[in-house]
Design a protein around this ligand. Sequence first.
Ligand SMILES: [Fe+2]
Length: 239
Amino acid sequence: MRILVVSDIHANWPALAAINERYDICLCLGDLVDYGPDPAPCVRWAMANVKYGIRGNHDHGVAQGVPVVGDAGYRYLTRVTRPLMWEALGPEERRYLLRLPLTRRFTIDGKKFLLVHGTPRDPLDEYVMKDPETWAKRLQDVDADYVCVGHTHVQFHLKINNTIVLNPGSVGQPRDGDPRAAYAIIDGDRIELKRIDYPIADTLAHIDSLRLPDRAKEMFRASYTQGRLRPHDKLEQPA
Ligand SMILES: [Fe+2]
């Protein structure tokens, strides 16, 4: 059984479309929307291809019509792109986001899976990186062979006792300094953390065509080309 694990696609269709993998089952760990220019094709792809999907904090905010406040960093980019999500998504796509569960449990080939966007303690919002001590605490009452998480946009896997914690990273908005799309494959007992090139220029051209402040467009250029968001003031420094 070959399992494709994706997360944090964030409306970046060129990144998602670049994944060229044979797989039997696809798992999606949330955040299909916000930030990127193409939410509808990403949600449609999930509707057609994802067997087990869960809700990310951004899916929740978009589906529930939550406005965002904030003027810095990713929160600012969420604020300026969220209205574009509401314009771009049709009722069926919005309904799909609305119905995504917070967690999912199932068994594949005798292995027990738990999917959560953040952590088992706080499925939508808690950030935990590759930190064995914190994960050991979060897994104390969890009975699973695989706990698959997203949210941080940084990929890793970690074994805590008999449980593997897997974060496939972000397909559409990596934040680890590597701008390539990230995802993971579970094939039998083997886990592969993958990175692939995609046409970043296509995503940026689409961003440029949207009704967004120039400041947001500059920040997106940094994020998509560098795989991290440099502070805006640095971008304005003369070269
Ligand atoms: Fe995310």
